[in-house]
Design a protein around this ligand. Structure first.
Ligand SMILES: Cc1ncc(COP(=O)(O)O)c(C=O)c1O
Length: 378
């Protein structure tokens, strides 16, 4: 039996999601001590979860035999208090990856299109293709999301737009006024998935006013996650803010119990420790600035970032990725995004960023000495 023949053609045409190389796999492949490996490939929080969230994960062990609450009552109540949004406008999920897929499954099919910006999160295209819809890609301008081009790309087949701010992998953010103008100009029968996975890395006064946005715009789904600033990527929990009718649609498709009891408890606890989250944001800002200065001092171009990663232009991203990996530093090559001469590096702890800068400088130096100019781009 040929399983590849049996599977839907549209499924076989989806490139597998390329996760960052795990530390264990790199240690085995290169004979390295896992404890010395620095992973700066998946925009994770290098400080981990806060103390209350850690304790909640431990405490949740006692209830692990029971199915979780599929209504995630406790988390919706906590988020409601945290955001000033009614609980019926909040829908937790097993990471915001859940909602990205649900929006495509609910609103797209063959003959319909999903619209994304060039160089945006790879899962959008996967979600669109999986349901047989067409992906329309609006070009960026100078490696920044171009909202005018996105608007110009809307045709009558477009039913879902995925838009991230700050954007991954480029790191740029969209301001409040530009976002409002974009949403004003978007037809109300087009669903806009506004992905704010990195929102909390923006200074509070720089964050767009999106908590209650779906109250005025029922076609908008705002996505947030506990995977980034809250340090809970491993337990899988995120949430959507949306109109209750929108939530009722998405809930029909949600995998039952996709938010585990552990994930819910950890998220509730994480919301109760804002001082920790603030400290993570401040540390990220300090370290991102330091990393950016170190990269600049080496003569390498980079994009300004509002998030917990930086995209840098190294000439041959795969070669840089491989050279750094052999030295135990994992970054993210971006050739699958069509950005073959760039890599993305996540902001780590101070010591991790030092190790990255040290090895990065050495790899560049070696490339210069050996005349491998493809690794370098002035
Ligand atoms: C823009 C963007 N959206 C969503 C996600 C997925 O996050 P989650 O862990 O909540 O599924 C990521 C993860 O890297 C991301 O970069």
């Amino acid at each position: 039996m040929d399983l590849d023949q049996l599977a839907l053609q549209r499924v076989m045409s989806i490139p597998p999601y390329p996760p960052g190389r795990p530390i264990g796999a790199v240690a085995r492949a290169f004979g390295l001590d896992p404890d010395t490996i620095v992973k700066l490939a998946s925009n994770e929080n290098p400080l981990g979860p806060g103390p209350l969230a850690r304790q909640a994960i431990i405490d949740s062990a006692a209830g692990a035999a029971l199915y979780p609450d599929f209504d995630t009552f406790a988390l919706r109540e906590s988020l409601s208090a945290h955001l000033g949004v009614s609980p019926d406008r909040i829908m937790p999920g097993g990471g915001s990856s859940d909602h990205i897929v649900l929006a495509a499954r609910a609103f797209l099919e063959p003959g319909r299109s999903g619209l994304i910006s060039q160089y945006s999160f790879a899962s959008y295209q996967g979600a669109i293709s999986a349901v047989g819809a067409r992906t329309i890609v609006a070009p960026m301008r100078d490696h920044a999301v171009d909202l005018d081009r996105m608007l110009a790309a809307i045709d009558e087949t477009v039913k879902v737009i995925y838009l991230a701010t700050p954007n991954n992998p480029t790191g740029g953010a969209i301001g409040n006024a530009a976002l409002d103008a974009f949403l004003d100009a978007t037809p109300s029968n087009v669903v806009v998935v506004l992905d704010e996975a990195y929102r909390e890395y923006l200074a509070p006064n720089a964050r767009p006013a999106t908590d209650r946005l779906p109250e005025a715009r029922p076609n908008v789904i705002v996505l947030r996650t506990f995977s980034k600033i809250y340090g809970l990527a491993g337990v899988r929990v995120g949430y959507a803010l949306a109109d209750p009718r929108m939530i009722a649609i998405l809930r029909r498709l949600q995998t039952p119990f996709s938010v585990s009891a552990t994930a819910e408890a950890a998220a509730v606890a994480a919301l109760a420790e804002p001082a920790f989250t603030d400290a993570v944001r401040r540390s990220n800002e300090i370290e991102r600035t330091r990393l950016a200065a170190g990269i600049q001092a080496l003569g390498i171009s980079q994009l300004p970032s509002s998030a917990n990663f930086i995209m840098l232009q190294v000439g041959d991203g795969q070669a840089m990725f491989q050279s750094l990996m052999r030295r135990g530093v994992i970054v993210r090559p971006l050739d699958n995004y069509g950005l073959a001469d760039w890599v993305r590096v996540s902001v780590g702890r101070p010591s991790e960023n030092d190790i990255f800068l040290e090895h990065f400088a050495e790899v560049l130096q070696q490339a210069r000495l050996s005349g491998a100019s493809s690794l370098l781009r002035a």
